[in-house]
Design a protein around this ligand. Structure first.
Ligand code: NDP
Length: 460
């Protein structure tokens, strides 16, 4: 091997980059990590972690209501947004510090500054100069995408700003129908903001199971969120009293803030990737093989910048597989099949495997088991929140192809279900598991009746 300053240069200290850098450094390799913002990446600084704190904060509205139903006297409640932000920032700083220490303890070096490739082995880091490395890992993640051509888009915020709003708006519009739009609509609603969710399509959360999609829309409406489907902005105008939302359905209404959650794009701008000959897909993602290697054989990419499955644990596993392969002599790939996902709406969604539509498309005949019900915690006090559990099963093999849950703690439930589905569990094996009583999750192992949609049921 030629002489390089480092064995590995990692661009981006988020979930994927940090895992790869630590594991590589633990093999004795000389590793440098460059980060232009704060260590921790989207997940820790402006994504999953602060979002979950906001979810926790916003869930109290419902908890107070439930508590009253169970006999508690709760006086007037109020929420102190600046105080919450201060506590949130303290905790994020602590977690970011842990990431820094973990890198240092593993023996990796960290440099703050924007890094750009000058050629396939040379990286220029602002404030540090040129550095050479035998291997380079791109782990720069993604960033929010907003329709820049939309008139008035400059008045709108993305999730980045939503984590730092100086004060909570009284009225907000959230545009988009994906993970981020739904999670933030529920957060704002829970914090007492008059919330409108505006989505261009007929049903939220494209790609999820259709029953889950319609169910979550109903539940969100049940909690007071105005869900506008089949419409989008034609423009946003600043007025004396707020922001005017002009929509394709002819309606115009005002809000104090408009948040766009219309997707994220790989962060590959201005990295010098073209200079180094790294091939990008049309959406800007680094094209990689199963080992996360790009077309340039000493450059790899992991996480959201590759736009495979854009989830933190996936980035971590991709980074780990890279480091094991390249620095521990253990060729490893990450299997992207049966990756469970969660949407932290209220109620929450947990999903693993195929939706019913995907299963019918890929496997032909499937049986569906579905229950919608009010959990006992709700029935006790006349609460209205419902839960949904659904299994999609291949006919013949009886293999469970998909499991979908909408309920409080659905992500916790789906984490366990994912183990069984990943192992190829069949419905009889699933049913042989004794229920844990009284729980909400026991409904999953007591689904006996095949579900027929009402129209089909009548025909049969
Ligand atoms: P998503 O891809 O989930 O959703 C984007 C939404 O924006 C879709 O509803 C899409 O509509 C809509 N949209 C796209 N372009 C336009 C446009 N021009 N005008 C109006 N609407 C538009 O992206 P998110 O930003 O919500 O999240 C990005 C990714 O981050 C997720 O896919 C997920 O991988 C990850 N994430 C995961 C979370 C978790 O695990 N809980 C939480 C947050 C993010 P359409 O469907 O019609 O295309």
């Amino acid at each position: 091997m030629a002489d390089y300053d480092y064995d590995l240069f990692v661009i981006g200290a988020g979930s994927g980059g940090v895992r790869a850098a630590r594991l590589a450094a633990m093999s004795g390799a000389k590793v440098l990590v460059a980060e232009e913002h704060r260590v921790g990446g989207t997940c820790v600084i402006r994504g999953c972690v602060p979002k979950k704190f906001m979810v926790y904060a916003s869930e109290y509205k419902k908890h107070f209501e439930t508590a009253r139903g169970y006999g508690w006297t709760i006086g007037e409640t109020s929420f102190d947004w600046p105080r919450f932000l201060m506590e949130k920032d303290k905790e994020i700083a602590r977690l970011s510090g842990i990431y820094v220490r973990n890198l240092q303890n593993a023996g990796a070096e960290l440099v703050h500054g924007k890094a750009r490739l000058k050629d396939r082995h040379t990286v220029e880091v602002e404030g540090r100069g040129s550095v050479t490395a035998a291997k380079i890992l791109i782990a720069t993640g993604g960033r929010p995408w907003l329709p820049q051509e939309l008139p008035g888009i400059e008045h709108c915020i993305s999730s980045n700003e939503a984590f730092q709003l100086p004060e909570l708006p009284k009225r907000i519009v959230v545009a988009g129908g994906g993970y981020i739009a739904l999670e933030f609509a529920c957060i704002f609603n829970g914090l007492g903001v008059d919330t409108t969710l505006m989505y261009r399509g007929p049903n939220l959360l494209r790609g999820f199971d259709d029953d889950v999609r319609s169910f979550i829309a109903e539940e969100m409406e049940g909690r007071g969120i105005k869900v506008l489907l089949g419409t989008q902005h034609t423009r946003i105008e600043k007025t004396a009293t707020g922001l005017s939302n002009v929509c394709t359905n002819g309606h115009t209404f005002e809000a104090d803030a408009v948040m766009f959650a219309t997707g994220r794009v790989p962060y590959t701008d201005d990295l010098g990737l073209e200079t180094a000959g790294v091939e990008l897909a049309a959406d800007g993602a680094v094209k990689v093989d199963d080992f996360s290697r790009s077309n340039v054989d000493n450059i790899w990419a992991v996480g959201d910048v590759t736009n495979r499955i854009n989830l933190t644990p996936v980035a971590i596993r991709e980074g780990q597989a890279f480091a094991l392969t390249e620095f521990h002599n253990q060729p490893t790939t990450f299997d992207h099949d049966m990756v469970a996902s969660a949407v932290f709406t209220q109620p929450q969604i947990g999903s693993v495997g195929l939706s019913e539509a995907e299963a019918r498309h890929k496997h032909g005949k499937v049986d569906v088991y579905l229950a919608k019900f009010r959990p006992m915690k709700e029935t006790f006090y006349g609460g209205h929140q419902r839960a949904l559990v659904k299994l999609v099963v291949e006919q013949g093999s009886e293999r469970i192809l998909g499991c979908h849950v909408v309920s409080p703690d659905a992500p916790e439930i789906i984490q366990m279900a994912a183990i069984a589905l990943k192992m190829g569990v069949t419905k009889p094996q699933w049913d042989s598991t004794c229920a844990v009583h009284p729980t909400l999750a026991e409904e999953l192992v007591t689904l006996r009746e095949k579900y027929m949609p009402p129209a089909l049921g009548q025909v049969a």
